[in-house]
Design a protein around this ligand. Structure first.
Ligand SMILES: [Fe+2]
Ligand SMILES: [Fe+2]
Length: 145
């Protein structure tokens, strides 16, 4: 059983975004596996991947919101920035030898559920307007390429 399974209550109705959110959930599940096997090195590795992927996802969303003319893109970015600072702090605590993984996972789950179901879902109708194949290829390449 994985720690957290994706279900349709987490869908924002935008395929590319749902895919990125699923990848973040996968990271959290990988973190759980590393944690339960007491593999500190693996925990560090997954944690770094999670932070990095989350930053890239946020940057992708921010660019998409801006290009789509979403009126709340600035405040949405502020929420992302505060959250990145928060998880960075957890990563630092982990590196200093503290066991914060479990607490981080449960906070991530609560924060992400709330953020996806409210903030992310709110931009979805705007995003749908600019989402087409050429836009996607260009923008995915810019951030994930
Ligand atoms: Fe998101
Ligand atoms: Fe977001």
């Amino acid at each position: 059983m994985s720690y957290w399974s994706w279900d349709s209550s987490l869908s924002v109705g935008v395929e590319v975004i749902d895919g990125q959110h699923r990848r973040i959930l996968d990271y959290i599940n990988e973190l759980d596996v590393a944690r339960s096997s007491n593999d500190r090195e693996k925990v560090s590795e997954v944690l770094m991947g999670l932070v990095d992927y989350t930053r890239t996802h946020f940057a992708f969303e921010e660019d998409m919101m801006k290009q789509a003319g979403y009126p709340l893109s600035v405040s949405h970015k502020r929420v992302h920035d505060a959250f990145v600072a928060h998880i960075d702090n957890y990563a630092v605590q982990h590196e200093s030898g503290k066991d914060v993984t479990r607490k981080l996972m449960s906070e991530l789950q609560i924060w992400l559920t709330n953020h996806i179901q409210n903030d992310d879902r709110d931009y979805a109708p705007y995003a749908s307007k600019i989402l087409n194949k050429s836009w996607l290829t260009r923008t995915l390449g810019k951030f994930f390429g």
